[in-house]
Ligand binder design. Structure first.
Ligand code: GTP
Ligand code: MG
Length: 171
């Protein structure tokens, strides 16, 4: 059959937000790992949607590794930014990292699509995706297409909606 178009995506967000769990869930079930550990540095992962073949740079969100993110901005054609919706305390840190990302010279002037996952929606302390978008001031992003999906990466809920949106914006 036809070869799918290849795209490079950066998966960013604080440690413990669920980035690796999300990417793992987007793979075919026979390729999924059963136990997910905190990412060290970064990991290159692949998954496919109906028309695209994604290569994902799944970055560690730990503070000591966040300075690695910017080295991959140039080659990223889209961004997946994951937020732990139940972590009210660190939402402000997530916003700081997002603002730093948006102001980076390799990102600032590009119309690169950003998909947000308001993850861990299953937890009792989780705030809604609308609230997450308010706390991150997403309305201020005027020069890039963006979209936020509520997700539960353990059950896999909300992930396909996000990938469908991303696929549509990348073509
Ligand atoms: P780093 O690699 O350290 O940056 O973290 P990460 O963002 O890749 O997080 P990871 O996928 O390793 O998940 C962290 C923890 O959150 C794991 O124990 C996951 O099982 C859990 N987790 C991920 N997504 C969800 C979710 O939607 N709901 C719940 N309840 N737990 C989740
Ligand atoms: Mg990880």
């Amino acid at each position: 059959g036809l070869k799918k178009k290849e795209v490079h995506v950066l998966c960013l967000g604080l440690d413990n937000s669920g980035k690796t769990t999300i990417i793992n869930k987007l793979k075919p079930s026979n390729a999924q790992s059963q136990n997910i550990l905190p990412t060290i540095g970064f990991s290159i992962e692949k998954f496919k949607s109906s028309s695209l073949s994604f290569t994902v740079f799944d970055m560690s969100g730990q503070g000591r590794y966040r300075n690695l993110w910017e080295h991959y901005y140039k080659e990223g054609q889209a961004i997946i930014f994951v937020v732990d919706s139940s972590d009210r305390l660190r939402m402000v840190v997530a916003k700081e990292e997002l603002d730093t990302l948006l102001n980076h010279p390799d990102i600032k002037h590009r119309r690169i699509p950003i998909l947000f996952f308001a993850n861990k929606m299953d937890l009792r302390d989780a705030v809604t995706s609308v609230k997450v978008s308010q706390l991150l001031c997403l309305e201020n992003i005027k020069d890039k297409p963006w979209h936020i999906c509520a997700s539960d990466a353990i059950k896999g809920e909300g992930l396909q909606e996000g990938v469908d949106w991303l696929q549509e914006k990348i073509i």
